[in-house]
Ligand binder design. Structure first.
Ligand code: HEC
Length: 100
């Protein structure tokens, strides 16, 4: 009688890592990963939905989106973005925004 052979350990590690990344919504890493701006963006803009890729919108669209999100944040009873946070997030998104 043959016993089930579990997948090799390296394969298991890779599979678990892929699963964890997918669960965290990080299958496509954000630009400037690990920077203060990226962490702030993740923290403030990745709690209600996955953090959108900066390149998915243009600079002008990000400006409008941030205004809309201020209302979502207020409606959800979350603390508003401080002017400094607002500025840092907008700069981050616009530096990495899509061209069209
Ligand atoms: C309090 C929850 C909440 C937070 C925090 C939040 N969002 Fe949203 N966001 C939403 C909801 C809800 C939607 C769905 C669209 C709608 O209802 O208008 C959305 C949609 C979006 C969309 C997609 C819009 C579209 O037309 O598809 C983008 C882009 C976005 N948010 C960016 C951001 C950014 C940038 C931040 C950080 C400043 C942020 N969000 C923080 C709740 C939030």
């Amino acid at each position: 009688m043959k016993y089930f052979t579990p997948p090799s350990r390296p394969l298991l590690v890779v599979a678990l890592f892929a699963l964890a990344m997918a669960a965290a919504g990080c299958s496509h890493p954000l630009p400037e990963a690990g920077s203060a701006a990226e962490r702030l963006y993740l923290e403030r803009c990745g709690s209600c939905h996955r953090p959108y890729q900066p390149r998915s919108l243009t600079a002008a669209m990000w400006q409008a989106q941030l205004v809309a999100m201020r209302q979502k944040i207020a409606a959800a009873g979350q603390p508003p973005l401080t002017p400094a946070q607002d500025h840092e997030i907008l700069e981050y998104l616009q530096r990495n925004a899509g061209v069209q």
